[in-house]
Design a protein around this ligand. Sequence first.
Ligand code: HEM
Length: 469
Amino acid sequence: MSTAVRAPYALDRNPLDEWLFRKEWPLRDLATPPAGSGLRPVPGDAGLPVLGHSLEMLRLGLDYAMRRYRTIGPVSWARAFGVRVVSASGPEATQVVLANRDKAYSQQGWEYFIGPFFNRGLMLLDFDEHLYHRRLMQLAFTADRLSGYMGRVGEVVRSGVDTWRPGDRFPVYRALKQLTLDVATTIFMASSMGADSDRLTRAFVDTVRAGTALVRLPVGRWGAGLRGRRMLEDYFRGALPAKRASDSDDLFAALCHARTDDGETFSDEDVVNHMIFLMMAAHDTSTIATSALVYYLGKHPEWQDRARAESLALGDEPLTVESLAALPTLDLVLKESMRLVAPVPWMVRKTVRDTDLLGHHVPAGVIVVTLAWLNHMLPEHWSNPFEFDPDRFDEDRREDKSHRFAYMPFGGGVHKCIGMHFGTYEVKTLAHELLRRFEWTVPDGYEVRWDPTALPLPKDGLPISLRRR
Ligand code: HEM
């Protein structure tokens, strides 16, 4: 059974938004294709003077991307945030970009938005250098290590949710954000940030949100991001010598001690840069995925009951990688929640050479985005895409198999999320412990609004009515 919902990123529009949404600008070519190439130019437009289409992207999010996809096509360009951005929308265009067969697309696209804040994180490295770092980092994500981390995730979550004070308007997003930060500091560093916790949480939030600042000067949102980055560097640098000397089994230590058979290792700077990126990559995405899951379970009590029955049947033992298999309903609901609210809604690249994107000529030096949230909502690939319908992932339907890039919450290609298994375990463990202890609802007719400015953020903190069972 499924229940109708409206598009998850549909925000209320004021008259200016409505005008921007409807406005059709004359189309222009991004660049002239080389003579004799047989390629077509990329069509698009620059939008408003100075601002380009930044306002539409920030305020209308998915609605706007979908409109351009429908009116211009899977490959189009727009000016936004001071640059020309090519949108590679729909699974076919996404596949060309993420599979990156001719190595035309580099991670420098991310560099433009978040480079100053997540300098030399794994996601910002390219080609051979990326491969080198990814192979080393993989040593911190082996099956044995994941099993070890899992045990501790359960402990942190249990003691964290025991401190929750249920109520009618419980701000669950903030509570989950604290919990996933506690998980990250325990698993990643075998420590608690203690008195530094608030300061560092703020630093993470600032660094993530800075990427879509309209003014790229050391003031306002951009400036807060730069200060956040400095604070995080100082924190990890200070903790590094003790970690190098320790034999603890957390992720920080795993990076310090990672050594391939060829003797390759990470430098101190590498470890600091990777830790800052990993904390961000793990923390925000897991918070969003869990928040979306809690929201949909609150809205669909029949699914909550079904998931709870499976969790209760497992008894009091902490979850393990093996016992997760006994929670099939949670698996379906999580997949559907990440389809409706992709924690990383768009992925960014930059062309390092001229290339052919579905028969269009894209010149070197252009930012290209792929849009998970759009691919997840196309009726060509999903039945009633705006509806919450976890059974679409069931073995006898598997709508996600309609195309390799129809469903991509963890991306694809060589930069596919390295923490996919860890992140999935973490979110399921969180949900499992919540289901065992609490029941929750959202008011009739309530629909959370996801702010699409950076990674999706519930505008009102997602208040739920939470009761102990
Ligand atoms: C529900 C949770 C998560 C989601 C939805 C998610 C999503 C993603 C996506 C979409 C990408 C690809 C970005 C791109 O291609 O440009 C990515 C990359 C990455 N993620 Fe995750 N992630 C999650 C959890 C985690 C966790 C828990 C960790 C670490 C423990 C992590 C670490 C990374 C890293 C290091 C990369 C870069 C990989 C590379 O460039 O080779 N993520 N993630």
